[in-house]
Design a binder for this molecule. Structure first.
Ligand code: NAD
Length: 320
């Protein structure tokens, strides 16, 4: 008999890619719980529910009644993606971030305590480590937590809750911290889709500050494989960093995408820098490679080109 996995936030960017990964590479039945915020993909969910392996619950992880509907069985695992994820929005108003990212995670931990899942993988972010100077080594799992914006502070808070539930109750928990993802289904508000969307319409491409902020880009398919590997073979109570090893300045990313799209650099427009903007993120994935044998299989140029093509096709299909 097939076993069950619960995916929270499975209608969002990474969660949806992960659901497709599970469908393609495993025989798990998948329950998705997602409140379908503006960042979700309801049309994809509508397509997915015709698959007998998928059960969709429109529910909010902060709401115990919604969670009770999902908790009608014992799961092999909960893969917890659901979050408010856009830093700029958290700077405007952090209410939803505190609710979903902290309270929502707490509610899931309560169900884990009651034995509803054999383990939970908590999907976190490299942003909890704060920022790096150009000459500093990439973040390791030992780097102290030092978040600099309300989004990363709520993610760090949820990481600490997860850690405390492991230490106090010995619950089967693992935390993953990944770098910036790119790939299909990323919301238009995020950096790479914004570049593609603006360039497609010959609009100015906004670049924060001097554009020299550095991010370490991870293709979402490599990320999904890493999460599944950690789910199957990771050690409980551990943190695993997942990085792409592709450190790029924001400005060089914009230029590479404009070049791929045959658009001029004159579309670049420098705008006022984001408040508290972290200068550099870079992540050391040695532990994941050495202990679990994870290797990145995507090739940077190809993955970026495929991502650009996917977004252009999607914008055109939806007349965006
Ligand atoms: P996303 O914003 O694209 O998707 C989040 C999903 O969660 C959406 O479908 C939304 O409807 C759902 N959701 C939000 N609040 C909810 C609630 N209260 N109850 C139920 N569902 C809710 O986010 P993403 O980019 O896919 O990120 C997934 C996870 O990965 C997040 O935890 C994020 O912090 C982490 N992460 C993302 C990145 C990245 O580059 N995208 C990098 C590091 C870490």
């Amino acid at each position: 008999m097939s076993k069950d996995i619960l995916v929270t936030g499975g209608a969002g960017f990474i969660g949806l890619n992960f659901v497709y990964y599970l469908l393609k590479n495993t025989s798990y039945n998948i329950t998705i719980i997602d409140s379908l915020t503006y960042a979700s993909h309801p049309k994809e969910i509508f397509k997915l529910i015709s698959d007998s392996r998928i059960r969709f619950i429109k529910g909010n992880i902060t709401n115990d009644k919604d969670l009770q509907i999902a908790m009608d069985r014992k799961y092999e695992g909960i893969i917890h993606f659901a979050a408010e994820s856009h830093v700029d929005k958290s700077i405007e108003n952090a209410d939803d971030f505190i609710q979903t990212n902290i309270v929502g995670t707490y509610r899931l931990l309560q169900y884990l305590l009651k034995g509803y899942a054999k383990k939970m993988i908590h999907i976190s972010t490299d942003e909890v480590y704060g920022t790096l100077k150009l000459n500093q080594s990439p973040f390791t799992e030992e780097t102290p937590i030092s978040p600099n914006n309300p989004y990363s502070a709520t993610k760090a808070s949820s990481d600490l809750l997860v850690r405390s539930y492991y230490e106090t109750f010995k619950l089967p928990l693992i935390i993953t911290r990944c770098s910036n993802n790119f790939g299909p289904f990323q919301h238009r508000e995020k950096f790479i889709p914004t570049i593609i969307y603006s360039a497609l319409h010959n609009k100015k491409v906004p670049v924060y500050g001097d554009g020299m902020q550095v991010r370490d880009w991870l293709f979402v398919e490599d990320h999904c494989r890493a999460i599944f590997l950690i789910f199957e073979k990771g050690t409980l109570g551990e943190v695993y960093n997942i990085g792409g090893g592709n450190e790029k300045s924001n400005l060089s990313m914009v230029k590479q995408i404009l070049n791929l799209m045959g658009k001029p650099d004159s579309l670049i427009e420098y705008v006022e820098d984001r408040k508290g903007h972290d200068r550099r993120y870079a992540i050391d994935s040695t532990k994941l490679q050495r202990e679990l044998g994870w290797v990145q299989t995507s090739l940077w140029d190809q993955a970026l080109e495929d991502t650009v093509d996917w977004h252009i096709k999607t914008f055109k299909e939806h007349s965006l």
